[in-house]
Design a binder for this molecule. Structure first.
Ligand SMILES: *[C@@H]1O[C@H](CO)[C@@H](O)[C@H](O)[C@H]1NC(C)=O
Ligand SMILES: *[C@@H]1O[C@H](CO)[C@@H](O)[C@H](O)[C@H]1NC(C)=O
Ligand SMILES: *[C@@H]1O[C@H](CO)[C@@H](O)[C@H](O)[C@H]1NC(C)=O
Ligand SMILES: *[C@@H]1O[C@H](CO)[C@@H](O)[C@H](O)[C@H]1NC(C)=O
Ligand SMILES: *[C@@H]1O[C@H](CO)[C@@H](O)[C@H](O)[C@H]1NC(C)=O
Ligand SMILES: *[C@@H]1O[C@H](CO)[C@@H](O)[C@H](O)[C@H]1NC(C)=O
Ligand SMILES: *[C@@H]1O[C@H](CO)[C@@H](O)[C@H](O)[C@H]1NC(C)=O
Ligand SMILES: *[C@@H]1O[C@H](CO)[C@@H](O)[C@H](O)[C@H]1NC(C)=O
Ligand SMILES: *[C@@H]1O[C@H](CO)[C@@H](O)[C@H](O)[C@H]1NC(C)=O
Ligand SMILES: *[C@@H]1O[C@H](CO)[C@@H](O)[C@H](O)[C@H]1NC(C)=O
Ligand SMILES: *[C@@H]1O[C@H](CO)[C@@H](O)[C@H](O)[C@H]1NC(C)=O
Length: 811
């Protein structure tokens, strides 16, 4: 792998995630700059509540200095930049000066103005002014005696961030749009090529490439929501979005409803519009929303003559025969300059000169093709060769040709492939290079591969036959166990904890007397996929609410997974079986919140989004303190970080499967939210949802809860009767609401697991959930309901969730 790929991999993953790192300076301990005063060097001003700070900063490794505003407690996050295009090189001899007339000017070393708030053509309003940083992040210049007379404010000049209280749209006063533009790169706050702005004379907001090409729109405002962003309504209690259209202009604004949660919308370097939140309880902050959800849907994300691959960590590659135009920017994940030819075309009019074509298979074509009349692929090819501005062609019953840079070529995935082939024009000499390179590469790979295989075989033999140690550490913290060790630890697999579709689970004790649970996979051949999935997924993640995989064993045909032993078994055994213990409400609520946290971690905080795909009480294990640990990742799906969807064969367990999955649609993490909702009902009732079908459909528990919640009746009537009404009513109400929101028909209406956590923690409120339609359908047809909730395999023999995988495949 060459360096530039490596570097771009590193820069993308590190820089994009860390946002903007910078050095900030110390405080001037005030929130005001008075006329005649200036700010320079490491002086800053802070908003009265200590939330925002303003001063000079330096992004990343840049040598440039900018005046900016950032969250004082969330360092590294700049929300506004004054001199985006005019950096200064020495802050200690530069000054942000407020003149008597209210003109705030940034002077560089040679005392020349490089940036100022007042256009010479505009009148000056006052000669007694002050500049203040407010707690909402707005930097205002006002009349010194009447601070409601605003002369200038940073909210009228947004950069890449839209803060609560800020406006986006169109001002009839200045005849200007309030738009967002991203930074060029993490080290350069100058405006990038993308923008978010309001549609001319409309209510939609558009994401544009180079001010003209539209690649996403919110859709028009309906009075309540933007048609393409219906979740605004669901998120009402987090961000209260309002749209105003009056004589002042047309704009949107929003409030952060909870003062302890800080929300910001950012037009990211990638051209995506994202919402982030952070607060006391989640100090690192995380992304809660983004559009378009895939980088490759951003027009020109990879620039000209490159290919976008959503499946790779480094998303952009130059097309064959091309190289990045600006290698430095490319490494900083700014791909918008695109790629240029390594060798220019040698086109001489009339014949194709020394040009030839290379095949680029399985791609989405750029959309600016022209159709030529051609009978077959050869005619199409010659037609392209004849015209020196033709850069590519494709023949698929018709002849398509392209001229100029190729934008938005996207690598299709296995699911999307339609066998479309793009023929890319390159210089003949370049084509020879490409062939040579790939040949050498294959030889190198062949030799290395052979060597590796030999080494591997030697290693395996050494491990199995010669190693005196019982186990060794591989993959960071994972341990590779020897079969002999596991056999003696489990006393020859004598104490069985449970059994399921894939294998059995046994209790064991390591030599240092640590108890373990050992899962033996039944048919190793078929199980290999599950085995690898599980090692790969759970081996990489660590969270207090996920069961810890200690290691594995893969000797000859045997496959074992080794976990921490959970003394209290699975939630299924404690909740449904004739267990002497009745979990009290506190414990149940903790289990609900812990499980939600574990899922939120899998969905939102791992590097790759992990969908568990089989959330049910059998797969929630309980430790000595009855804290929940999510187990069994045999069906889990990895998804690239960008909230795309995945198409996958339906698996999982009936009664917990989301309706969109049953109908064969692609799934998102919201499929887990649905299963979680079903589980939450069972925590409340203490019985299987399906068990209560026998009492008549109107008594189907989720239906009952939905009815009680909608009619705002007493939720205590829903509680497991074994608890005799002993529950915190407020918590019970939250749990009921969360469960009903989680099982909404449309996944868009379901909250994210992060939101569920906040809901259960009481950080946010959700409104009254609508009654899901599928419940309505159930109450009309008994068959459908029974069918939906019928288990294929008996769940009763799986006492322990390490092994309780009961799968059905196909729809
Ligand atoms: C701020 O700058 C002054 C003068 O340049 C310097 O003496 C002081 O140490 C700096 N303070 C910090 C915290 O860097
Ligand atoms: C200060 O700014 C002026 C005007 O932009 C520029 O000509 C001059 O070179 C700058 N001086 C320094 C030291 O950067
Ligand atoms: C504000 O200051 C800048 C820089 O000194 C100057 O170019 C501009 O004319 C001033 N504007 C007004 C209205 O005074
Ligand atoms: C402000 O302007 C008023 C008239 O517009 C003038 O009388 C007053 O002296 C000025 N004050 C200062 C401090 O320049
Ligand atoms: C401050 O200015 C506002 C708006 O111009 C005006 O309504 C208000 O009366 C002023 N207040 C004082 C104390 O002058
Ligand atoms: C917007 O409206 C103005 C007048 O209200 C009109 O002159 C202009 O052509 C309209 N623009 C578009 C793009 O419709
Ligand atoms: C952006 O648009 C301008 C004209 O509006 C054009 O001159 C420029 O080449 C375009 N840039 C890119 C990268 O397409
Ligand atoms: C190509 O796609 C972009 C973004 O979706 C769109 O704005 C543009 O109009 C399309 N161009 C053509 C020729 O269809
Ligand atoms: C949202 O804002 C509107 C208007 O500002 C207000 O009437 C409403 O109460 C707000 N809703 C919430 C949940 O804060
Ligand atoms: C093609 O390339 C060869 C050598 O690379 C050169 O001799 C020949 O003149 C070229 N032909 C044309 C038409 O450019
Ligand atoms: C080559 O293609 C361009 C763009 O389609 C067209 O404008 C031009 O007339 C063509 N030239 C010839 C010689 O056909």
């Amino acid at each position: 792998m060459d360096m530039s790929r490596r570097n771009s991999f590193i820069s993308q993953s590190v820089l994009l995630l860390l946002c903007f790192t910078f050095k900030a300076y110390t405080s001037m301990a005030s929130n005001t700059i008075s006329p005649g005063q200036s700010l320079s060097g490491n002086q800053t001003i802070t908003s009265p509540g200590g939330i925002f700070e303003l001063g000079f900063f330096t992004p990343g490794n840049s040598q440039n200095h900018y005046i900016g505003i950032w969250y004082k407690k969330l360092q590294k996050t700049v929300v506004w930049v004054a001199n985006r295009n005019q950096p200064v090189s020495d802050p200690s001899s530069s000054a942000l000066h407020l003149f008597q007339n209210g003109n705030l000017t940034l002077l560089n070393q040679s005392k020349s103005a490089v940036w100022s708030t007042h256009d010479p053509s505009l009148p000056v309003f006052s000669n007694s002014t002050k500049a203040m940083l407010l707690d909402n992040g707005n930097f205002v210049i006002t009349d010194a005696f009447n601070s409601s007379v605003i002369i200038w404010q940073s909210f009228d000049h947004p950069t890449d961030t839209w803060l609560p209280g800020g406006k986006l749209g169109y001002s009839k006063v200045t005849n200007e749009k309030l738009t967002l533009t991203p930074w060029r790169s993490p080290e350069n706050p100058a405006p990038g090529i993308f923008s978010l702005e309001i549609e001319q004379n409309g209510t939609s907001f558009l994401l544009l490439y180079n001010g003209s090409i539209r690649y996403w729109t919110t859709g028009p405002w309906t009075g309540k929501i933007f048609t393409n962003v219906p979740e605004i309504e669901l998120n009402h209690y987090i961000t209260n979005v309002t749209y105003v259209s009056n004589e002042m202009g047309s704009y949107v604004s929003y409030d952060a409803v909870n003062p302890d949660v800080f929300i910001r919308y950012v037009l990211d370097i990638s051209g995506q519009f994202k919402a982030y939140k952070w607060g006391k309880d989640f100090p690192q902050g995380n992304s809660i929303w983004l559009r378009p959800s895939e980088h490759c849907e951003v027009y020109g994300f990879c620039g000209a003559s490159s290919i976008c691959n959503q499946q790779q960590v480094h998303l952009c590659d130059c097309l064959e025969g091309f190289q990045p135009k600006s290698p430095n920017d490319w490494e900083l994940a700014d791909h918008t300059d695109g790629c240029v030819r390594k060798v220019p075309l040698q086109c001489s009019a009339g014949n194709g000169g020394n040009d030839t074509f290379v095949v680029v298979p399985d791609v989405r074509f750029p959309n600016n093709s022209k159709t030529l009349a051609a009978e077959n692929i050869n005619e199409c090819k010659s037609a392209c060769l004849r015209n020196c501005s033709c850069t590519a062609f494709a023949y698929d019953n018709e002849c398509l040709v392209w001229t100029g840079g190729l934008f938005n070529v996207k690598q299709l995935t296995l699911d999307e492939k339609v066998g479309k082939v793009l023929h890319l024009r390159i210089a003949a000499s370049e084509a020879i290079e490409v062939k040579k390179e790939s040949k050498t590469l294959w030889i190198v790979i062949g030799v290395l591969g052979g060597l590796l295989a030999v080494l591997l075989i030697i290693a395996v033999i050494a491990k199995n036959e010669c190693s005196g140690e019982g186990f060794e550490v591989v993959e960071g913290s994972l341990v590779m166990f020897r079969y002999r060790v596991l056999r003696s630890a489990t006393k020859n697999f004598s104490l069985k904890l449970g059994e399921g579709g894939f294998g059995s689970v046994f209790k064991g004790t390591l030599q240092n007397s640590t108890p373990i649970a050992v899962k033996r996979l039944n048919c190793p051949k078929q199980a290999d996929k599950q085995f690898l999935t599980e090692v790969r997924t759970i081996g990489k993640v660590q969270h207090i609410n996920l069961v810890r995989l200690r290691g594995f064993c893969a000797e000859t045909s045997k496959r074992f997974l080794v976990y921490d032993y959970m003394p209290n078994g699975s939630l299924e055994s404690v909740l449904f079986q004739k267990s002497p213990i009745v979990l009290d409400w506190k414990a149940r609520y903790n289990i609900a919140a812990g499980t939600a946290r574990g899922l939120a971690y899998l969905h939102e905080e791992c590097r790759e989004c992990i969908i568990h795909c089989d959330i049910k009480p059998e797969n929630i294990l309980l430790d000595a303190e009855y804290a929940p640990k999510i187990a069994d990742f045999g069906l889990a799906k990895l998804m690239s970080r960008d909230f795309s969807r995945i198409i996958t064969t339906m698996q999982g367990t009936r009664g917990y499967i989301a309706p969109e999955w049953i109908s064969g649609e692609a799934i998102t993490p919201k499929a887990d939210a649905f299963s979680y909702g079903m589980l939450l009902f069972e925590l409340i009732s203490g019985r299987r949802n399906r068990d209560l079908l026998g009492d008549g459909l109107q008594n189907y528990f989720p239906t009952r809860v939905a009815n009680v919640v909608t009619k705002e009746e007493d939720v205590i009537t829903l509680l497991d009767c074994r608890l005799e009404g002993n529950a915190d009513k407020e918590e019970l109400m939250r749990a009921c609401k969360a469960a009903c929101w989680c099982i909404q028909d449309d996944e868009k209406d379901r909250p994210s697991m992060g939101q569920v956590v906040q809901l259960l923690e009481g950080v946010i409120e959700l409104g009254i959930p609508p009654i899901p339609q599928f419940l309505d359908r159930f109450s009309k047809s008994l068959d459908e309901a029974i069918d939906y909730h019928d288990y294929i395999s008996s769940a009763s023999d799986s006492r322990h969730g390490y092994s309780s995988n009961i799968t059905i495949s196909g729809a």
